[in-house]
Design a protein around this ligand. Structure first.
Ligand code: SF4
Length: 375
C-alpha cells in the first residue's frame, strides 16, 4: 500500500497505537530500501545554481556544493539536473504526542502537549546522539508516513496538542516542511516550537521566526574543540543564531548536555554563563542535562549529579535567573523559582506539572515578572 493510499484509508487521521497521550503512532509503511519516490520531492528553498548543473545549498553553514545526481551532507537534499530537492517533505518517520516538558521547554505553556514530528536526517554527526537510528540514515531506510502539513495540523488539533514540535532529529534539514506546517498551524491556532542544534544560516532562521513561537537550542559545548571532535560542526554560527533569535524576540531556551571530561570544565561553563549574560540576557533558561552512554560514546559513565549541580551553581552565581538540571527526575533544580522572592512558581517532577503559581506572567506570591510564554 502506498503511503497516500494508506492515509486515504484512515480518513487523513494518523492512528495512535492504543493510547492518547505520550505514545508512538502506528507506522504507515515499511522501510522502502532505496525507493526514491520522486513524485513527493519538493524543490528546496535555499540554494544557488552553479555552472555544470551543480548547486550550492545555503540552508546551513556547511554550505555543501553538490554535483548533479549527488546528495548533500545531511543526506536528505539532492541535486537533479541543477535543481535542488528536499526528499523528506511530508514524510515524517516519528510522530508522538509529548509533554512540552520533554523538549524540554519549561517556560512555554507548561503542562500542555506538543505533537512532535521528525523526518530522517541531520546536518551534524554527534557521537553521543540519542536518536542516531533516525538522524543518521537517509530517506527510505526506515518506515515513514505520508503526512503533509494539513495532516499534521489536523492531528495536533485532534489530539488536543497546543503546539507542534519539530524535534528528535534536526529540523533544519526539513525546513520547508517545518515552515509550511508551522504557517498552517498558526492560521489554525496551533503553535510551533523548533528543537534544534542551531546550526542554520541566518536567512532561513529569520524566515522561520515568522512562523515559530519558541526555539530550544542544543548548545553542545562552549569550545570549537568539542564541536570538531564530537559534533562535526561549528560553535560560532550557533552562537550567532542564538543572538539573532533573541533579538527577533523569539522565546528561547538552551540545553547543554554535560558529558564528563568532554564539556564539563568549570572554566568553560563559567565562560558560557558570562556570554549568555552579556550577549543574550539573564532570563534565558539554561538546562544542564544528564548524559547517558549512546551511539559512538559508550565508554564514558553517566554524568554525576554533583557535576550537574556544579554547572547549575556556576550559572546561578553568574546571575542567570533560570537554571535547571535535566534527566534527573525529582531533583529540586527541575522546579522554576521566582528570581525575586525565590518561591516555587512552577512545581514539576519529570514531565509532570504539579502546580503553576504564575498569573499574567507574574509570581503569585510577590508579583514579580517571570519570563516565558504562559497560559
Ligand atoms: S542543509 Fe544539508 S545539504 Fe544543505 S548545507 Fe547543510 S548539510 Fe549541506
Amino acid at each position: 500500500m502506498r503511503r497516500r493510499t494508506f492515509l486515504k484509508k484512515v480518513g487523513g487521521t494518523l492512528l495512535l497505537a492504543g493510547c492518547n497521550s505520550a505514545c508512538v503512532l502506528s507506522t504507515a509503511k515499511g522501510a522502502a530500501g532505496n525507493d526514491e519516490d520522486e513524485a513527493s520531492w519538493v524543490e528546496a528553498r535555499y540554494y544557488e545554481k552553479l555552472p555544470f548543473k551543480r548547486v550550492k545549498c545555503t540552508l546551513c553553514p556547511r554550505e555543501c556544493v553538490i554535483d548533479n545526481l549527488e546528495t548533500g551532507y545531511c543526506g536528505v537534499r539532492t541535486n537533479r539536473d541543477g535543481v535542488y530537492y528536499t526528499l523528506v517533505y511530508g514524510n515524517p518517520v516519528t510522530l508522538h504526542n509529548d509533554p512540552i516538558e520533554k523538549k524540554p521547554l519549561f517556560h512555554f505553556l507548561p503542562g500542555t502537549m506538543a505533537f512532535s514530528i521528525a523526518t530522517v536526517g541531520c546536518n551534524v554527526n554527534c557521537k553521543f546522539c540519542q536518536n542516531w537510528e533516525i538522524s543518521q540514515v537517509g530517506p527510505g531506510q526506515v518506515p515513514s508516513y505520508d503526512a503533509p502539513p494539513e495532516v499534521i495540523v489536523n492531528n495536533a488539533k485532534r489530539y488536543g496538542s497546543s503546539s507542534i514540535a519539530y524535534t528528535y532529529t534536526e529540523p533544519v534539514v526539513f525546513t520547508e516542511y517545518m515552515y509550511d506546517t508551522a504557517k498552517l498551524g498558526r492560521q489554525r491556532g496551533v503553535r510551533s516550537v523548533m528543537i534544534t542544534n542551531g546550526y542554520i544560516n541566518p536567512q532561513p532562521m529569520i524566515d522561520l521566526c515568522g512562523v515559530l513561537d519558541a526555539v530550544k537550542v542544543d548548545l553542545k559545548a562552549f569550545t570549537q574543540k568539542f564541536y570538531d571532535e564530537m559534533v562535526t560542526g561549528e560553535l560560532q554560527p550557533v552562537l550567532d543564531i542564538l543572538e539573532l533569535i533573541k533579538k527577533m524576540g523569539m522565546w528561547t531556551e538552551i540545553v547543554y548536555l554535560v558529558i564528563p571530561t568532554k564539556n564539563d570544565d568549570p572554566g568553560e561553563i563559567r565562560e558560557m554563563a558570562q556570554w549568555i549574560k552579556s550577549d543574550l540576557d539573564t532570563e534565558t533558561p539554561v538546562h544542564f542535562s544528564r548524559y547517558h552512554p549512546q551511539y559512538l560514546v559508550k565508554n564514558i559513565s553517566p554524568t554525576p549529579v554533583s557535576t550537574l549541580r556544579k554547572c547549575h551553581d556556576i550559572c546561578r552565581g553568574e546571575g542567570l535567573n533560570y537554571v535547571y538540571i535535566g534527566n534527573v527526575p525529582g531533583n529540586e533544580a527541575e522546579k522554576t523559582y521566582c528570581p525575586q522572592c525565590n518561591e516555587v512558581v512552577v512545581d514539576r517532577i519529570g514531565y509532570t506539572i504539579r502546580a503553576v503559581n504564575i498569573v499574567g506572567g507574574r509570581c503569585k506570591n510577590c508579583g514579580g515578572s517571570i519570563a516565558g510564554v504562559w497560559i
